[in-house]
Structure formats: structure tokens, C-alpha cells
Design a protein around this ligand. Structure first.
Ligand code: URA
Ligand code: CA
Length: 433
């Protein structure tokens, strides 16, 4: 087999066989196929697309291109969740203990934040003493005993995806549905998921700006799930503003605790219950979505979900006192307000800009090596649909530096405020299964 022939075949719109796709993925991973040939192939895929079978073969070839996580020592259906990029997306922090309390084993590998997006591991490390690095056998033991563990990525998972994603980033081939769908699903499968709930974001702040594109991506991923034996459901959710009010590590931990107490932000709570209800159905702990939703609401009301967070934190060395008293979380020295300039209504809040503003305060990393400040971030006070008066508080910066005029300007500019009233946008915009 020669790579040049496979590039030409895809360029001419023909489907590649499993053997051909395996050859490409293996050859690129080990370095036999150079970047320039892989770039040409990715561009051919960008223009010609792939059949459902090709996408499934590509997904499995990437999923098994390196180490995989073996969760077979954990009884039960391992249901994973993935969100296609969010700002202030505190959902994992809430969902892990919540669905664990419902009896679903949660063996979660999460990432650190980069750029404008936060990472679950950084957020958890805002809890004093919390260890995200557990040996794999401890990780599995914890899931077997208390149903949940969340650790940082270990091992060399999906090296083919890592390399290809890096290449796509600099060759104009990121925005291809077969390539995005296979990239995301390969990582879930390598991490040991039996079933997957996807949160596909749509709207100005999302990767997929319009709902039709988001739906196509969701359909592609659900089809991969069907073809590879991993039951998959995708929820389409709005990203015309950050989720909840908090953006920043310790601030989001506090918001997660409040949500598990039943007094979190309405949008965050509804999204968590929606994703969680699908997870408990796929995990066999509820007969249908409605009963799953009601079950999770009851686990919040009864305090069992909060108890599950305490168990998770304690088992990984963290101080559970923080959960009873969130004032023990790291706190920034200064609060700096951002005010509205005129009367009006909030039509949108650019999530990416808020994420970048939080990063500039020190909550996120500019590069993989940057140190972060777990205490700092942004608390929004106004959300889409709210009315504002000139001089009213839009958001509060929590910061350890005082020279933040650039950040104040960024947060101010992220708010789209107009004269006309505006409805709160629907949070859940669709379901693909
Ligand atoms: N996220 C991923 O993991 N892969 C893509 O290709 C795009 C977004
Ligand atoms: Ca949030």
C-alpha cells in the first residue's frame, strides 16, 4: 500500500477500506507517513467527507493507536460524558458525584485547562489536599468502593489523534465533521467508556456556531457509537453565554457545591440533570429519561449527591470540610466590579471572551507550562435576558492583581447590551440518539 494512492483515492471521492485506514493511522502514528502526506489526506477528507463506515474505522484505529484504559475490573456499565468545549463548564464536577450517587461507576480521566477553557482537574485541585494523580489500581479501587474517581490523564492515550489534531490545527482542516467526530469518540473509547453522553454546544460561543452543524456533528458521533457498540446520546445545548455564574477554579467548585445542595444556578442545574438523566438511563439505573431526571433531583434533595462529592474528595486526599464551608477554598484578595454603561437588556455574553478574561486574571493557562491561580476568576451578575441599568454591576472580577483594566474592558465588551428586551435562550436545543 502507498500513501500517495490513498490520498488520490480520497481526493477522487472514493471510500477507503478498514485496511487502508488502519495503514494510514498506524503509519502516521509511528512516523512512516510524513506530515505533508497526512495534511493532503486531511484536506481530501475535508472536501470529500467520509462514509459512516470510514468514520467508525478511523475512530477505532485512533482509539487503539496507543494505551487504552482497562476498566473491566469495575462492575457495571461505565458511562462517560463529554462536552464539546465550554467556558465555566462546571458540569463534570457536579455530574461525577451525582451519577455516582445513582450507582453508576464513574471512572473519569479529565484534563487541565488550556487557553480560554478550564479543566476539571485544575478545579478539583482548588480543594486543599486533593490529589489528581492516583496509580491506576487505586483509581479502579476507588470506583469499586465509592463509585467515583477523577484523575488526570495518564499513559499515552490516542497518540494518533494528538498528532493529527495538531496537524489539522495548522492546515485548515479542524472544521471537518468526520475528523472532529472521530477525534472526540476515539478518546472516549480509549478511556474505557461503554456508553457515552455528549453535550454538543451550539451558538456564538461554540465550535459549531449554528444548530444544523451541531446536529450533524451529534449525528456523526451517535452513529459512531452505534457502529462501535457504545450506546451514545447527544444533547444539543446553548452556548450564547457561559454556563452558570462562575468562571475560575475555586469559584466553580463553590458553584458545584451549591448546585449539589440544590441551590445552584438554574441553567447549570438543568443541564446537569438533563445530561445526568441520560447517563442513568444508559447505565441501567432508570427506565426512562423522566424517571432518571426525578431520581437525580431526589439525590440532590436528600443530600446523597453532596455526600458522594465528600466521599470522592476524601478518597483522593482532599479536605471534605471545604464542602461544608466553601469559605475555606482559596480566595482572591481583591474584588473589582464591571459596571454597565447604559440601560438595556443582555442579548449575549461572549463565552470565549469571558474565558480569556479569566485566563488573563491567572485562572487559566496561556501555554501548557503556565502556572495558574486557583483563587481568581469572574462571577457574572447578569445573564442573557436580564435587564440592566446604567451603573449596575455586570460582573465581579476576583483577582490577586490590581492592574486589571484590560480585563475589565474585555468583560465589559463581552456583554452585548441593547435597548430591546430579549428572551432567555432555550438551554436545551435538541437531542440526537
Ligand atoms: N475537540 C476534539 O477533541 N477534537 C476535534 O477535532 C475538535 C474538538
Ligand atoms: Ca460556571
Amino acid at each position: 500500500m502507498r500513501m500517495v494512492d490513498l490520498i488520490a483515492k480520497k481526493r477522487d471521492g472514493q471510500a477507503l477500506s478498514k485496511q487502508e485506514i488502519d495503514f494510514i493511522v498506524a503509519g502516521y502514528t509511528c512516523g512512516d507517513i510524513p506530515d505533508y502526506q497526512m495534511s493532503a489526506w486531511a484536506m481530501a477528507v475535508y472536501f470529500q467527507g467520509m462514509t459512516a463506515e470510514e468514520v467508525s474505522h478511523l475512530t477505532m484505529a485512533m482509539a487503539f493507536s496507543g494505551d487504552t484504559v482497562d476498566l473491566s475490573a469495575i462492575a457495571g456499565i461505565k458511562v462517560d460524558k463529554h462536552s464539546t468545549g465550554g467556558v465555566g463548564d462546571t458540569t463534570t464536577l457536579i455530574l461525577a458525584p451525582l451519577v455516582a450517587a445513582a450507582g453508576i461507576p464513574v471512572a473519569k480521566m479529565s484534563g487541565r485547562g488550556l487557553g480560554h477553557t478550564g479543566g476539571t482537574i485544575d478545579k478539583l485541585e482548588a480543594i486543599p489536599g486533593f490529589h489528581a494523580e492516583l496509580p491506576i489500581d487505586r483509581f479502579i479501587d476507588n470506583v469499586n468502593t465509592i463509585k467515583a474517581a477523577v484523575i488526570g490523564q495518564t499513559g499515552n492515550l490516542t497518540p494518533a489523534d494528538k498528532k493529527l489534531y495538531g496537524l489539522r490545527d495548522v492546515t485548515g482542516t479542524v472544521n471537518s465533521i468526520p475528523l472532529i467526530a472521530s477525534s472526540i469518540m476515539s478518546k472516549k473509547i480509549a478511556a474505557g467508556a461503554d456508553a457515552i453522553v455528549l453535550d454538543v454546544k451550539t451558538g456564538a460561543g461554540a465550535f459549531m456556531k449554528d444548530i444544523e452543524e451541531a446536529r450533524q456533528l451529534a449525528e456523526a458521533m451517535v452513529e459512531i457509537g452505534r457502529n462501535t457498540g457504545r450506546a451514545t446520546i447527544a444533547v444539543l445545548s446553548d452556548m450564547s453565554q457561559p454556563l452558570g455564574y462562575a468562571v475560575g477554579n475555586a469559584l466553580e467548585v463553590r458553584e458545584a457545591i451549591e448546585t449539589l445542595r440544590g441551590c445552584g444556578p438554574d441553567d447549570l442545574t438543568r443541564l446537569v440533570l438533563t445530561l445526568g438523566a441520560h447517563m442513568v438511563v444508559l447505565g441501567g439505573k432508570a427506565a426512562d429519561y423522566e424517571s432518571g431526571y426525578a431520581y437525580l433531583e431526589e439525590l440532590i434533595r436528600s443530600g446523597e449527591a453532596l455526600q458522594a462529592l465528600k466521599a470522592l474528595v476524601t478518597a483522593q486526599g482532599g479536605s471534605a470540610d471545604v464542602i461544608d464551608n466553601p469559605d475555606l477554598l482559596p480566595q482572591a484578595k481583591h474584588s473589582i466590579p464591571v459596571y454597565a454603561a447604559a440601560d438595556g437588556y443582555v442579548h449575549a455574553i461572549q463565552a470565549e471572551e469571558i474565558g480569556l478574561a479569566a485566563m488573563l486574571l491567572g485562572a487559566g493557562r496561556q501555554t501548557k507550562e503556565s502556572d495558574i491561580d486557583l483563587a481568581v476568576g469572574i462571577l457574572l451578575r447578569k445573564k442573557v435576558g436580564d435587564s440592566v441599568k446604567a451603573g449596575e454591576l455586570l460582573a465581579m472580577l476576583h483577582t490577586n492583581q490590581l492592574r486589571v483594566s484590560e480585563v475589565v474592558g474585555k468583560v465589559f465588551a463581552a456583554y452585548d447590551i441593547r435597548d430591546t428586551p430579549c428572551e432567555e435562550p432555550p438551554l436545551i436545543c435538541g437531542l440526537v440518539r
